[in-house]
Ligand binder design. Structure first.
Ligand code: HEC
Ligand code: HEC
Length: 444
């Protein structure tokens, strides 16, 4: 493949990290490192915008909701066994992933754990996009028998009975029933089909009590989502580089190397990565198959977006559902208008490439341990299986040279931003106190 950018000269200045790159394109010496077209294209990928309003969650930007959500994110009492919390798989010390090929909760999950960094910017959640609200997403792992195996009745009871959680909840969402008002409730309960015992218990509750438990559970999701909206990364070396270019600077900021600049040019040039990894998230927020098979090796067992749309439209916690704070907003209506067609089979959401250097292994099935392996795959498409005749027309083996793969890797590394505010990376101080007091006071 033709390399888009030929580096004519590398002039190393005062410090090793600050270099001026002079690029030569089509015979003309250009003092800018990228051609105007490359710059225009790359501008689309730079600088995450401010997080947009989530109209489906009226509490999304409330600091008291963030505080409660922060607490709940780290609280193992949301799980059935009392030993798993969100950080069991989304570890703040591993960029909110688990570093594993496949996630391990109560059971083994056949998906790689995505990062939560900047996840609030996504429009669809999960690899197959089977939910369209961040708060609705949070409710799924709590009750999934493979993940945390908790249930909404136990979660609602916890909020009602734990003094500190109760206070934090009431500050945001208003008053809860007293513990004596829920003594008749079963210990566990959920309407989920994959939890037969808890489902029977749920059926024994009055419609009123069910509605109350649902409301508290949904608010738990809304608080967790408010916290997740704080998990944003700051400018990456690539962003700083692009900001510099806007101001006519050609010096490279710390962390941006000439190789990364060449990789950036390839990304928006011959390698055509931008066809899917586009915009400031480096994701088009859409679904594609790049030929990665399921963990059983069979793409026909992998519904991907095909199943995702069906699940989304049946999910009571979706944007257009009755628990949404703005069921009529544009996004809400979008989900209900999606049409399931065979071309969706096996498609996965294009992952964001921000912070991708921190989130190995890669792909929905965790099949690649390193970025090198991912790039070798795109180079050869070896082992790719596309369901039916739906191979993405834009995907073809790129035949990248060693140098080009190294350059693309350098570019991917330059997409690592500064971490979120440190306070959000560890449990809130009060959380530990209150769970201790809860265990000592309510030790059953
Ligand atoms: C047992 C491991 C495990 C636990 C525990 C877990 N998750 Fe996840 N999480 C995953 C996996 C695996 C996926 C991707 C699953 C899929 O796409 O089918 C995921 C996906 C997500 C996503 C979607 C990200 C995206 O880019 O679409 C969010 C948000 C999320 N989890 C938040 C949470 C929260 C909040 C909790 C705690 C209430 C939690 N998770 C608990 C493993 C886990
Ligand atoms: C046709 C759309 C498309 C194109 C073109 C494309 N990608 Fe992807 N990319 C995806 C999708 C979809 C996935 C997830 C696939 C899966 O897990 O099944 C993915 C996954 C990845 C991952 C793994 C991310 C993670 O968190 O697991 C990396 C890295 C990546 N792509 C980089 C690139 C690069 C570099 C290029 C150009 C050489 C490129 N992609 C071209 C759609 C695309």
């Amino acid at each position: 493949m033709r390399c888009f950018l030929r580096i004519a000269a590398l002039v190393v200045l005062a410090t090793p990290v600050v270099v001026v790159v002079q690029a030569q394109e089509d015979g003309t010496t250009n003092s800018a490192p990228l051609t105007p077209t490359q710059q225009t294209r790359l501008r689309r990928h730079a600088n995450l915008p401010a997080l947009s309003v989530d109209a489906t969650n009226a509490y999304a930007n409330r600091e008291e909701a963030v505080a409660l959500g922060h607490h709940l994110f780290f609280d193992p009492r949301l799980s059935g066994s009392g030993s798993l919390n969100c950080t069991s798989c989304h570890d703040p010390n591993k960029a909110f992933t688990d570093g594993r090929k496949l996630a391990q909760g109560v059971g083994l999950i056949n998906r790689n754990t995505p990062t939560l960094l900047n996840a609030s910017h996504h429009r669809w959640f999960y690899w197959d996009g089977r939910i369209d609200t961040l708060w609705g997403q949070a409710l799924e792992p709590i009750e999934s028998p493979q993940e945390m195996n908790g249930d909404r009745v136990a979660v609602a009871r916890l909020l009602i009975q734990d003094k500190s959680l109760r206070q934090a909840y009431e500050k945001v969402f208003g008053s809860l029933p007293t513990p004596s008002e829920v003594v008749e409730w079963p210990a566990h309960g959920t309407p989920r089909f994959d939890r037969p015992e808890e489902r029977d218990a749920w059926a024994s509750m009055s419609a009123e009590d069910q509605a109350l438990a649902n409301k508290i559970f949904v608010n738990v999701g809304k608080a967790i989502a408010a916290y997740e909206r704080k998990l944003l990364t700051g400018p990456s070396p690539f962003d700083l580089y692009m900001q510099g270019l806007e101001q006519g600077r050609t010096t490279l900021p710390e962390g941006m190397t000439p190789a990364a600049v060449r990789g950036a040019a390839l990304f928006v040039g011959a390698a055509n990565c931008r066809m899917c990894h586009v915009g400031p998230l480096l994701s088009d927020s859409e679904f594609h198959s790049v030929g990665i098979v399921g963990n059983d090796g069979d793409v026909m067992q992998l519904p991907g977006r095909f199943g995702g749309v069906q699940k989304l439209q049946a999910n009571p916690f979706r944007a257009s559902g009755s628990f949404s704070d703005d069921a009529t907003n544009k996004q809400a209506q979008l989900a209900d208008r999606l049409v399931v067609g065979p071309e969706l089979w096996g498609q996965m959401r294009t992952p964001s490439l921000r912070n991708v250097a921190l989130t190995a292994p890669y792909m929905h099935n965790g099949q690649f341990d390193t970025l090198e392996e991912v790039l070798t795959y795109y180079s050869t498409l070896e082992g790719a299986i596309f369901p039916g005749h739906h191979q993405e027309a834009i995907l073809e083996p790129l035949g990248l040279t060693d140098q080009e793969r190294a350059d693309l890797k350098a570019f991917l590394i330059s997409l690592t931003g500064t971490p979120p505010e440190a306070i959000y990376l560890s449990p809130p101080a009060a959380a530990e106190d209150s769970s201790q007091s809860a265990t000592s006071s309510s030790s059953q």
